[in-house]
Design a protein around this ligand. Sequence first.
Ligand code: ATP
Ligand code: MG
Length: 260
Amino acid sequence: MDQPLLKLSHVTVCYNGLPAVRDISFDLMPGEVLGLVGESGSGKSTVIRSVTGLLGEAGRVTRGDICFKGKNVIDMSDKARRHLLGPEIGMVFQDCEAALCPIRKVGAQIHESLSAHKKITRKTSDRLAAEMMTKIGLRDPERILSGYPFEMSGGMNQRIGIVMAMLMQPALLLADEPTSALDVTVQAQVVQLLRQMRENDHTAMILVTHNMGLVEALCDRVLVMKVGQMVETGPVKSLLAHPASPYTRQLMDAVLRLAR
Ligand SMILES: Nc1ncnc2c1ncn2[C@@H]1O[C@H](COP(=O)(O)OP(=O)(O)OP(=O)(O)O)[C@@H](O)[C@H]1O
Ligand SMILES: [Mg+2]
């Protein structure tokens, strides 16, 4: 049996001493895709941020262990943890602005993030970025690469963030609402690219989303959260077909009502 790539054991996270997430445990195998769902404020972003330590000034993991490739990230220095970010653990944020500096050219930022971890020329980084941009429906990549994030739409910046994370080929991708600012056609392109990434690179992912369609299309397993706690977890097919908890059923009904 393979070792889990990521293992959370009884993780509690507090902001200013008050628990926001309590007693979360799960394993993620290499190449596995886990969907994290639950109502707004249930602690989804907190869970994935705890893995990288990006919890802000007020946030702290107060109990439990988070092991990535067998090493407890809780015991790591900030510096060691920062080294994981990018090449080992990629993050796509809910607010894409967080990943990009608005007033520096896109191509330069992508090159900088890639060359921090491997030797690569600007020309090669531009070429790789342009190829991936085309795959997720970003037209005229040359213009985007020589432009600034503040000149792009929210949906464009979200895709640029995805391209940046994917180019690093991390073992684990943490994606917080990766398609929230995108229209349905573009969502489908992003889903396609995430699938490819998973098939070609065997990338494991945690996808935070309100979109059950995305869960069905991409995830192997789902974890349902409510007010900071785990409600249920299981394989996508059986959980969506036979949700054990009334809360999960409610969540799914709400999505279906909107779709109608
Ligand atoms: N930096 C912070 N400081 C204080 N409290 C925070 C902070 N970030 C999150 N919280 C609190 O932690 C709880 C969980 O928030 P979190 O952002 O993880 O929820 P979420 O499930 O991602 O919600 P959404 O679907 O709206 O993004 C909330 O009660 C929130 O108010
Ligand atoms: Mg969130």
